[in-house]
Ligand binder design. Structure first.
Ligand code: SF4
Ligand code: SF4
Length: 103
């Protein structure tokens, strides 16, 4: 594989949402529900959509986004998650009526 992808250091993510519009592949989306003890719901990386372009890294004011290097000999991404058990996320309207028009 040899692909670079990203992960979010969850305690460092304030849920500011700035990174969401920096991902051209809509791989960064906020959780539907706010976990207990958090003021804002964090954003997660949808690994099946992330192509490792790293466009989002500089968008995070708290450096919560980090590059993950996937070793060339890997047969499967270490970021793959079981979507059956993955938390639900909110969709973000970019291009429809009242969309934010960012990509
Ligand atoms: S690395 Fe690229 S595809 Fe992956 S979340 Fe960041 S901007 Fe989106
Ligand atoms: S820009 Fe950083 S702090 Fe803001 S939601 Fe994205 S990962 Fe979290």
């Amino acid at each position: 594989m040899g692909q670079a992808m990203v992960e979010i250091i969850e305690p460092d993510c304030t849920g500011c949402d700035l990174c969401i519009t920096h991902c051209p592949f809509e791989a960064l989306l906020p959780l539907s529900d706010c976990p207990e003890g958090r003021r804002k719901r964090p954003v997660i990386v949808l690994n099946e959509k992330c192509v490792g372009c790293l466009s989002c890294l500089a968008s995070c004011p708290t450096s919560a986004l980090r590059e993950v290097i996937i070793p060339a000999e890997s047969e499967i991404s270490p970021l793959i998650v079981d979507r059956e058990r993955a938390p639900s996320v909110e969709s973000v309207n970019r291009w429809g009526k009242d969309g934010n028009k960012w990509a």
